[in-house]
Design a protein around this ligand. Structure first.
Ligand code: SF4
Length: 755
């Protein structure tokens, strides 16, 4: 009889980092519950976490590498698969080729799951370094790049991201965010729905600004249905009121901030009465929210996808923190604060005090001359970099845990472009709409076959939490660390062992030579000998937590955080709430907050001109989240796709009537670049003039292996998005896309395979 055991681990599926309790019989996951003893999530989980066992056992998940053979695929050994990769990339990148710009012929696309993957986080860098291309793309530019760029300019490092101190706040203003479905983004706090309810229960106020009446909006004291893409102007209208009514009170940080007078000048043209026509928000409502914000004992302004993945997204991301600063809520309990990860935090040298500050545009994309941000180009330009011939044209592509055909703008164009590549390799567990174009697929292990530690999301967490989850099962093949190290070795020439050891060694050498480090001046070999852990990723975790603020600093007899201590604490270790961190944590060259970053001046001018020009007379498309969906990659799990089809177009009844459209009718949605055919839902949950379609659908393409998703394909919202980008960050404009909607012809299929 097989033994039953309970295993505890952190959910790797979203930023909430919930603790899970898995009932395991032999090699089978029997059930997944929330871990009631988890120090952070206290038993909370959502349907996605409960489906982790389904993901592990999904028969469509690839277990062995496969290579393209004619029109089909052949499963091969790992050695043969790597040989094919070497041969495929050899014309562009190999150990004996020059390290020059000819390497730009290889593009790389990185998907969001990489940020939830310890090994990928640690070993992507050596792989990219070995490859040497500048044609790097990721899901960041269809998501959070506006916030990163804004934080880079405000605080000197795009990774310095103050988040709402939800548990101690008395006023929360959310824009374009729907935590009751998504549980938060760039904001790690498990059970955000419960935390928001607790805010209301203790007398706090919640204001939600969103063109859709989301479940989060239903929980709010006030819901403001704003016109899509106008959040930046509305936030500046709030700032205008604060300045005009003498309500600015920066407080402690006033002596550490530049640019207040410039910000006042920038906010001047955005009087509530001026922006009311553009945003659709009555001037009196705007004035009242500004006053409430200023008078609240503590308050936090937070914007996400709806506000940022839109035109002027970076202005919106900056203006949120401008308001937090102007009301004295930046870096203050109950306001927005800098997370306090337990690991050593390494300052980004270009942005350190005395350096040049956060820079963008160190190089530019070939076709449209887009500047790099954080060493990436916008995903919106990937297709043109493949299509347009000439030196530096992308002829080979590496994708890692990404499905840009469904996730990035104008997916049909990218789909066609991928088919023209000379070679493509995908590190991915699924044969999906993107990887179907690959020549080689290298499947990584299931999330339960690798250890987990949230190196990325500890930097967005409302509490300092240390939680390590060991691998639950032996992997069937190499892990991400080995896959990426082997690719780096084949391309760059260094031995695999050197690369695997290098991630730790590099960090040790940096730390022993860093003044102020707890191990400054110690011998690197000695420290390396003291690091514990069998797995190269876990060894880095041991080093980072031991040299972090709660670590034992490798001192004999000193108690402190270590990998061993984490292994003894399967429910995690809670090291307390956020604490004031500025000005010490600032990384701007003058160690001051730049409240009016010069690169945003032209964007603010452009925004004022757009407000003057007035609103577009068109239906505007926005996205939509659902608790059971996570971008494109969980639609193959049966428990997450039950019930009524979710890929429907929401339209206000008044707009339906004006077009003679009825509920559940099949409609054609058309934008400048494409069209989709989808069932309509007439609902007052969406504002007049706005239509909403969830993203991540559009499955069922020939050659994919997603049995469950393919049976309920839906359509891809990115067949409508057109490649417009937020000028400051290069982020795709996914919300506020002008579309037309009309009844579909009788012969049209409601939502079948669309490519
Ligand atoms: S909210 Fe759901 S998907 Fe996110 S970490 Fe928690 S259980 Fe996992």
């Amino acid at each position: 009889m097989e033994q039953i055991r309970t295993a505890y681990r952190t959910c790797p599926l979203c930023e909430a980092t919930c603790g899970l309790a898995l009932r395991v019989r032999g090699a089978r996951i029997e059930s997944v519950r929330g871990d009631a003893d988890d120090v952070f999530s206290r038993g909370y989980l959502c349907p996605k976490g409960a489906a982790l066992g389904e993901l592990h056992h999904d028969p469509d998940r690839l277990r062995r590498p496969r290579v393209r053979e004619g029109a089909g695929w052949r499963e091969v050994s790992w050695d043969e698969a790597f040989d094919r990769v070497v041969a495929g990339l050899a014309p562009y990148a190999s150990a004996d080729r020059p390290r020059d710009r000819s390497r730009d012929a290889v593009g790389v696309y990185l998907g969001n799951p990489n940020t939830h993957n310890l090994a990928a986080t640690l070993f992507m860098r050596p792989f990219l370094k070995a490859l040497g291309t500048r044609n790097l793309f990721s899901a960041s530019t269809v998501d959070q790049m506006p916030r990163e760029v804004a934080c880079g300019w405000l605080y000197g490092n795009p990774g310095l991201n103050p988040v709402p101190d939800i548990d101690r706040s008395s006023f929360l203003l959310l824009l374009g965010a729907n935590p009751l479905e998504s549980n938060g983004s760039l904001w790690t706090a498990p059970d955000l729905p419960g935390r928001l309810r607790a805010l209301r229960k203790r007398g706090g106020r919640l204001v939600v600004v969103d063109p859709v009446s989301t479940r989060t909006a239903a929980l709010a004291n006030l819901h403001i249905p704003i016109r899509p893409g106008t959040d930046a102007a509305w936030l500046l209208a709030l700032a205008h009121v604060l300045f005009a009514e003498g309500r600015v009170a920066v407080g402690r940080l006033a002596e550490h901030a530049n640019g207040i007078e410039t910000a006042r000048r920038w906010a001047e043209p955005f009087a509530p009465e001026v922006v009311a026509g553009w945003t659709g928000v009555p001037a009196e409502t705007t004035r009242q929210v500004a006053r409430d914000l200023a008078e609240a004992p503590s308050a936090a302004v937070y914007g996400r996808m709806g506000a940022h993945a839109a035109a002027f997204g970076t202005v919106a991301a900056w203006a949120s923190d401008l308001l937090n600063a102007l009301t004295g809520n930046l870096d203050r309990e109950g306001g927005v604060m800098l997370p306090r990860p337990p690991e050593t935090r390494v300052r980004a040298s270009p942005a350190a005090p005395g350096g040049r500050g956060f820079q963008i545009g160190r190089w530019h994309s070939r076709v449209r001359g887009e500047p790099e941000r954080r060493s990436e180009f916008p995903s919106a330009v990937l297709a043109e970099e493949i299509e347009e011939s000439g030196p530096g044209q992308i002829r080979a592509l590496v994708t890692v845990a990404g499905n840009p055909v469904l996730s990035t703008p104008n997916g049909r164009r990218l789909d066609a472009a991928l088919a023209t590549l000379d070679f493509m390799v995908s590190v991915d567990p699924y044969l999906n709409e993107t990887t179907r174009h690959a020549d080689v697929i290298l499947p990584p292990p299931s999330p339960l076959e690798r250890s987990h530690y949230d190196l990325t999301y500890n930097h967005a967490s409302v509490r300092c939490i240390a939680h390590h989850s060991p691998a639950l099962f032996e992997p069937e093949g190499p892990g991400e660390a080995e896959i990426l190290a082997r690719l780096a070795s084949l391309i760059g020439g260094s031995p695999v062992d050197t690369i695997l050891r290098g991630a730790l060694r590099e960090r040790i050498e940096r730390e022993v030579s860093r003044p102020g480090s707890p191990i400054a001046g110690r011998d690197a070999d000695e420290i390396e000998g003291l690091v514990e852990g069998e797995d190269p990723s876990d060894r880095v975790v041991d080093f980072l937590v031991r040299t972090g603020r709660y670590g034992d600093a490798f001192e004999q007899g000193r108690e402190g955080l270590s990998l061993a201590a984490l292994r003894d604490a399967p429910h995690g270790i809670d090291l307390g709430p956020m604490e004031p961190a500025f000005p010490d944590a600032l990384e701007t060259p003058d160690a001051r907050i730049d409240l009016a970053p010069e690169p945003l001046a032209s964007e603010v001018d452009r925004l004022a001109a757009a407000v003057d020009a007035g609103p577009l007379e068109s239906l505007l498309l926005v996205g939509r989240r659902h608790l059971r969906s996570n971008n494109s990659w969980l639609h193959n799990l049966p428990s997450l796709v039950t019930g009524r089809p979710r890929c429907t177009l929401w339209m206000h009844p008044g707009d339906c009537a004006a077009r003679g459209l009825g509920d559940r009718e099949t409609v054609e949605v058309r934008s400048e670049v494409g069209h989709v055919v989808v069932p309509l839902e007439s609902t007052e949950d969406v504002a007049a003039g706005v239509v909403s379609l969830p993203h991540g659908y559009g499955h069922g393409a020939p050659g994919t292996r997603l049995g469950v998703a393919g049976a309920r394909p839906g359509v891809s919202a990115n067949d409508l998005t057109e490649g417009e980008i937020d000028v400051a960050s290069g982020n795709a404009v996914l919300n506020g896309v002008p579309v037309q909607v009309r009844a579909a012809g009788r012969s049209s299929s409601p939502s079948g395979p669309n490519r």
